[in-house]
Design a protein around this ligand. Structure first.
Ligand SMILES: Nc1ncnc2c1ncn2[C@@H]1O[C@H](COP(=O)(O)OP(=O)(O)O)[C@@H](O)[C@H]1O
Ligand SMILES: [Mg+2]
Length: 294
């Protein structure tokens, strides 16, 4: 495909509240052009869910979110047949229970398929479900249709939705599923990108405070013993806590106040206290990524 052609089909350019790399922008536009699901992987907090919101916003489309849990079954996304209600109605209700259609409730994919306008369909955290889940959806996502035997109806997408699927990479997804998707891995932002993201959320943040907080943040992330590394959302919360507390900037790197905003595991808090006490909290030193610990 020529560069110009690519330009013609691309309509996702990020949004004022979402920082997007050129590669990610391209992946989105290729997936949209090829009408294939876009599978986004990356550690928690790298903006996967927010990407779908940004796509919907920038393309001015409705966003339908299907949050996947460990117990979610593929069928629930298509439709459920409410037999319990029908039985109840047959015993105590007044209406006609022979109309099965009344008891068919469309799931999120069903909703996306029947929408008059094209929607953005987010299947969020697909790796939470069991391995059958992605396989069970292959046909539906390929053909964008499914059959309801109870009513002998076939639901076909009026407009093929733009499908975004996210995964925190807890489990590997089946090959047959991967083959049908466009894949993009969101790297954890480096300091420069992170600064851009922070400024989208807090345009007026004081530069010195931000620099000190980032130094401490990346230092913690680079410690190999930290099990649950703090992510973008934790950094944003921490910056807010630091700003609200009015703490002086030099105390940020020496004391790392409000550590519980960044780290959620006891062991990780202990790790930081250990390292701090070993450093004696006074001698300057560098860790392997060049962030200074004072
Ligand atoms: N590229 C980005 N631009 C703006 N904000 C971002 C970006 N990436 C992450 N964030 C911030 O981090 C938070 C977590 O992002 P989220 O989309 O929930 O991550 P994930 O779904 O990958 O776990 C968002 O609410 C947003 O505040
Ligand atoms: Mg998410």
């Amino acid at each position: 495909m020529s560069k110009n052609k690519m330009k013609d089909i691309s309509n996702f350019k990020g949004s004022s509240s979402y920082v997007v790399s050129r590669e990610l922008m391209n992946s989105v536009n290729v997936a949209v052009a090829l009408q294939k699901p876009l599978l986004i992987k990356g550690e928690p907090g790298t903006g996967k869910t927010m990407l779908a919101e940004a796509i919907a916003e920038s393309m001015d489309k409705e966003l339908i979110i299907w949050n996947i849990k460990s117990t979610t079954k593929a069928q629930e996304g298509l439709y459920v047949y409410d037999t319990v209600q029908r039985l109840y109605d047959s015993q105590f209700g007044e209406g006609d229970v022979s109309d099965i259609k009344k008891y068919i409730k469309l799931g999120k994919l069903g909703e996306a398929f029947t929408s008059e306008k094209q929607v953005v369909m987010l299947i969020d955290e697909i790796d939470k479900a069991d391995l059958e889940f992605p396989n069970d959806l292959l046909w539906e996502l390929d053909k964008m249709e499914f059959h309801i035997p109870e009513t002998k109806e076939t639901i076909s997408a009026k407009q093929r939705p733009i499908v975004i699927i996210t995964s925190n990479a807890e489990k590997e997804l089946p090959d047959a599923f991967l083959r049908r998707c466009i894949f993009h891995y969101i790297e954890f932002p480096d300091a420069e990108k992170m600064e851009e993201i922070v400024r989208v959320h807090y345009p007026d943040i004081e530069s010195k405070l931000l620099a000190a907080a980032m130094e401490a943040f990346y230092w913690i992330r680079d410690l190999k013993d930290v099990q649950k590394k703090p992510s973008t959302s934790e950094l944003l919360d921490w910056l807010q806590a630091l700003t609200l507390s009015g703490i002086s900037v030099d105390r940020i790197t020496t004391e790392i106040p409000f550590l519980g905003v960044l780290l959620k595991k006891n062991q990780d808090l202990d790790t930081i206290f250990d390292v701090k006490s070993r450093k004696g909290n006074t001698n300057g030193s560098y860790n392997n990524s060049g962030y200074r610990w004072r």
